[in-house]
Design a protein around this ligand. Sequence first.
Ligand SMILES: Cc1cc2nc3c(=O)[nH]c(=O)nc-3n(C[C@H](O)[C@H](O)[C@H](O)COP(=O)(O)O)c2cc1C
Length: 289
Amino acid sequence: MATILALIGSARAWGNCEVLAREALAGAREVGAETLALMRLTDLRVEQCTGCMVCALRGQPCPLADDMAFLLDQVSRADAFLIAGPVYLVGPVAQAKRILDRLLMWSSAPEWAEVRPKAAITLTVGGLEPWRGVAIAFYNTLAMALGGRLMGWMSAYATGPGEVLLQPDALATARDLGRRLVSQEPMAPPPNVCPTCGADYFHIQGEHVVCPICGQEGRLTLDEGEPRVRFDADSRSERWTPSGFHHHIQDWVVPSGARFMAHRQEIKALRARYDDLGETWIRPPTPSL
Ligand SMILES: Cc1cc2nc3c(=O)[nH]c(=O)nc-3n(C[C@H](O)[C@H](O)[C@H](O)COP(=O)(O)O)c2cc1C
């Protein structure tokens, strides 16, 4: 009965992201998913967040008119969703970051705090593992910020479009994750990785480690001489859940408006120190239409 939506981060038709997404959809179909849909993120017109803050500080809808509402509507209609995205220059593809930036717009939708997260998985594809950078945790964060409850994630490494088809293990993992979208059985997180968002880099404060992406806390230990990052088996960071993100906005972002207003005149006066720089702004030529 389930409807599964695959969000593809790469613009390449039949690229590795699309192949893994299709494999995961095939896995979901095996265990009962009926409606399968694909959407290419690069087909969407997504404007860059301008930081106007009317969503957070005034509770007003985002004034940018583009395909964000369409995207959110499609995600909300699905029973479960996946994101398949490439590593570009050690990070996610820019369109995915643009979409995440725009999700501050949840500020103007208080009902978001009550949303029950739905099953989600992510499939990240890079060219080579040492260049994987921060993409995996990023796509996981995007999935959570879109209202996903992660059932698992994977990464694969392949360069030319579709080359991942030559890797049976990667296809099998994608298919297994696809099944989890329907069965809703989360995978066991790998060792030394943040169990909430999949980050494999941490802020180290003595023995205490903090995931820079989701704030999950853990401990650095030595296990027979091998360094390990340990987390409570059942503890998961709430930062990117609908209610967690809503609280961050209410508790920190909204009061930041009053803090700024209290100092606004002082800040304006302090700007005078740059009055005599004699600088010029350089702007691109106006495009001829
Ligand atoms: C602009 C660009 C930047 C890339 N940067 C990285 C990188 O930093 N690390 C990496 O592992 N792979 C990198 N790759 C390789 C892609 O992640 C890889 O080819 C992937 O399979 C692309 O997915 P697709 O086939 O679905 O488009 C880059 C590819 C492109 C086009």
